[in-house]
Design a protein around this ligand. Sequence first.
Ligand code: NDP
Ligand code: GDR
Length: 371
Amino acid sequence: MVKIALITGITGQDGAYLTELLLCKDYIVHGIKRRSSLFNTDRIDHLYQDPHDANKNLILHYGDLSDSTNLIRIIQQVQPDEIYNLGAMSHVKVSFDTPEYTANADGIGTLRLLEAIRILGLEKKTKIYQASTSELYGLVQAVPQSETTPFYPRSPYAVAKLYAYWITVNYREAYGIYACNGILFNHESPLRGETFVTRKITRAVAKIAMGLQDKLYLGNLDAQRDWGHAKDYVEAMYLILQQEVAEDYVIATGVTTRVREFVRLAFKELGIEVEFKGEGADEKGYVVSCSNSDFQVAIGKEIVAVDEKYFRPTEVDLLIGDPTKSKTKLGWEPKYDLQGLVKEMVAADVDLFRREKLLEDSGYSIKQQFE
Ligand code: NDP
Ligand code: GDR
């Protein structure tokens, strides 16, 4: 029997990798994309199939997690075996600017999907994966964080996700729906959104090395994150829905790294050694040496500085996950380490900006605003 999956957030980082994975496993994949004034399917364009083809196995539907009638109609039409709820306003800092919208999409959006399953009588057929997050742990209660560590959310995003976490557990217990939370720690890739810290760094590294950017401004350099690769983490999502019993799992590498160290590692990929001096908002990163003749940046040049506008009203200082349960029960193991992740991200951004440089050198100017 061919399985049918429905992915919300299919145009995002995880949506793209999960779609690739499920298509390789011969699923028919349906995805919900938002209407936008510009094309927003860049990450899945390589998987595009002409809607006029008879045997297509990737089908997109317009929709939004804030519209329950839309969700009910799509689920009724698709009759999915598995729903992966990846759609969300996923930027922690932005959630302080748009708290009500974030609660609606990230919190109530999950309820709308669960209710749709009930309303359509699909409790025994449709399994659902909820994209829960290490942000739930927030203010450090204990480390490493596992499935039993108490939650203490520190942003409107995390509070919305807390509701989504518990409503998923509640619908599993109340109605017997196969509904699971994957509590995923930060995961990155060349497809990561440009304003998350890792991608902001790898883009800046490539641009600074090529003379396309002067300096990288960051917020809290002391924050510690357990960073993995999105490709590994979508495997875990799939595995979570293939078990006998529906349960919640932490997905993490078990290794934590400071933002400052990520910066150092990323510049080092291009042979640029950076040293940090100063403290707090006055801390800066300087070039100490430059060993790659392709990328010459002046020794002593200040290339990293702190801008307080990137600080969050309440910060999550330390995340480090304990993936013992997922290793034991799911047999899940990450294939990438941090070094491999940084290498792949920097290489992809170098490739991207080589093309931009060619355009600039030919007299075209590309201005983009990323914050
Ligand atoms: P992205 O921000 O890359 O993708 C989010 C997706 O959600 C996009 O497709 C976006 O559409 C869509 N979306 C946003 N708002 C709505 C809405 N109202 N209705 C429908 N779709 C919407 O996130 P990631 O791929 O990185 O993350 C996937 C999920 O996992 C998210 O729920 C995130 O909160 C969660 N998560 C992520 C982690 C990570 O480290 N990446 C860790 C733990 C959890 P559009 O493209 O149009 O903007
Ligand atoms: P996070 O990811 O908030 O952990 O949420 P992000 O990359 O935005 O921040 C990580 C840490 O880096 C610090 N930081 C900066 N962050 C950004 N974005 N920009 C900066 O300039 C900067 N300087 C320092 C932050 O303060 C923070 O401590 C991500 C998202 O994918 C969520 O959706 C997901 O749930 C969690 O990971 C797990």
